[in-house]
Design a protein around this ligand. Structure first.
Ligand code: AMP
Ligand code: ZN
Length: 476
């Protein structure tokens, strides 16, 4: 039985879909004005593991992730500039060109990290009409007010504001302190539903509306697109922990106020990837992209190993040493897989019992609120057990459905080392015997340039492929 930590109740609850065997899941996606960093990718890796665990449990999954291509302001308090408009002006591109470019870059990162493609990737700009309709509905129901610069959600009219996540006390504290910039707003927690283009300004992305020319607030897109594509309520909503207090609280306020129903049954939030204990982020100036990992000779899948090694609700401190360690683990696991037979298409009863015992333990681990550190430990245990190779092969193929490390593709694929590389290995052995370490190192570098690496074992040198073939950046 799958159990998940639900931010609504702060409890680990048994999960069952609202309807039959299909799970409808929505993940807040990227704002496409800059490359995503590996902190962002942690949030998407978490959603991917969740999706894979649902599939392992035999559910069908419909996964929607939005692409924010308008309306996300540099300041979460509804002031500041639109991130896309600003980046476009700085780079002398159109907002649409920039959005296309960074959407493609994002999709490439998903692929490199072996993240299953969402079933739908709606863009905010495709749902402007529906967003205007939702704001009108909220207006008719008395939940809004209009100022000189936009239409705002009036949190004083929605008694349950912040209650979904148990934030009402914390929010009341803010109100009393009133230290937050309010601008045109009546309360710091009110938020923009529709922003009007400032007089005398021509924005690249703006639309006519009943309130005047402008663009949507950031939160409204998720309420609209999740409902349009998944219905309301749907099963699971995911995002990073930073979304709880504002973005998700506001999504819930809009959707519940408009339709009198919850937006989603389960809300799951992943913790930050940190650097020296602080959040990795653009404003922190400490971000690393997937392209940069590759430039450092690290495979994107090594990041996947690193992220799987921490529970999604625990902060994960990033260091290059930890990532290099993850790369070595991945290389080692693949080498073990290569030495195994292909997973059997059919298993006899005896083998089946062995595999079953192990796969049940693996399933229990991932079903325990996605305990991937435990699942990885079990995977290493079986990989190193050296017992029944056919059973091990079947177990690793099973695990890989969740781990997504591409193990299934290498199981049973003995490495065919080209003659040219074997010649370098032999030459290096000779150099070593002659204690000509400089020559030995040079020969090793030549091998590595050809995509192979080597480990000296007590049985002689062991050659491994450096599996980076399909992961190099397309431009750099
Ligand atoms: P953004 O593009 O800033 O809206 O962020 C996209 C996603 O990445 C959101 O779900 C954030 O919660 C998440 N996120 C941002 N920074 C980090 C970080 N350092 N570690 C983990 N997740 C993050
Ligand atoms: Zn969202």
């Amino acid at each position: 039985m799958l159990s998940l930590s639900n931010t609504l109740t702060k409890q680990i609850e048994p999960f069952r879909p609202l309807r039959g065997r299909s799970v409808r899941m929505y993940s807040c996606g990227p704002t496409v004005y800059a490359p995503a960093h590996i902190g962002n990718m942690r949030a998407y890796l978490f959603a991917d593991v969740l999706r894979r665990v649902l599939l392992l449990n035999g559910y069908r999954v419909k996964h929607v992730m939005n692409i924010t291509d308008v309306g996300h302001l540099t300041d979460d308090a509804d002031a500041g500039e639109d991130k896309l408009e600003r980046a476009a002006a700085q780079q002398e591109k159109t907002a649409a060109e920039l959005a296309d470019f960074y959407t493609q870059a994002f999709l490439r990162d998903l692929t490199r990290l072996n993240i299953l493609m969402p079933d739908a990737l709606p863009r905010a700009t495709e749902y402007i009409t529906e967003m205007i309709a939702l704001v009108e509905r909220l207006e008719q129901r008395g939940y809004t007010y209009t100022t000189a610069d936009g239409v705002y959600f009036d949190t004083s009219k929605f008694d349950a504001y912040g209650q979904a996540f148990g934030l009402e006390k914390a929010l009341a504290g803010d109100q009393a302190g009133a230290r937050v910039a309010v601008g045109e707003k009546r309360s710091p927690h009110d938020f923009a539903l529709w922003k009007l283009t400032a007089p005398g300004i021509k924005r690249q992305q703006e639309w006519e509306s009943p309130w005047g020319r402008g663009f949507p607030g950031w939160h409204i897109e998720c309420s609209v697109m999740s409902r349009a594509l998944l219905g309301q309520p749907f099963d699971i909503h995911t995002g990073g922990i930073d979304h709880v207090a504002v973005h998700h609280t506001n999504e819930i306020a809009q959707s519940v106020a408009a339709y009198g129903k919850p937006l989603a049954a389960f809300w799951l939030h992943s913790a930050f990837l940190t650097v020296n204990g602080g959040r990795m982020g653009k404003s922190e100036g400490n971000l690393i992209t997937v392209d940069e990992l590759i430039a450092h000779g690290i495979e994107p899948l090594a990041l996947r190993v690193l992220v799987l090694g921490a529970h999604y609700r625990s902060p994960l401190n990033f260091t290059m040493e930890a990532l290099t360690g993850a790369q070595h683990s991945l290389d080692h696991l693949r080498a073990i897989c290569r030495d195994l037979p292909k997973p059997p298409a059919r298993v006899n009863a005896q083998l089946n019992a062995k595999v079953r015992k192990w796969s049940d333990a693996f399933l229990t681990a991932v079903n325990d609120d996605l305990d991937t550190p435990h699942a990885l430990a079990l995977t290493w245990e079986v990989a190193k057990s050296g017992r029944d190779k056919t059973a091990t092969s079947a177990c690793l193929a099973y695990a890989d459905a969740v781990l997504g490390l591409g193990l299934s593709e290498v199981i049973g694929k003995q490495l065919v080392v080209p003659e040219e590389v074997m010649a370098l290995v032999t030459a290096r052995e000779t150099a070593r015997i002659e204690k000509d370490w400089a020559r030995a190192d040079r020969l090793r570098s030549q091998m590595e340039a050809l995509g192979y690496t080597l480990e000296d074992t007590k049985n002689g040198p062991k050659v491994r492929a450096v599996e980076k073939g399909n992961t190099m950046p397309t431009s750099r």
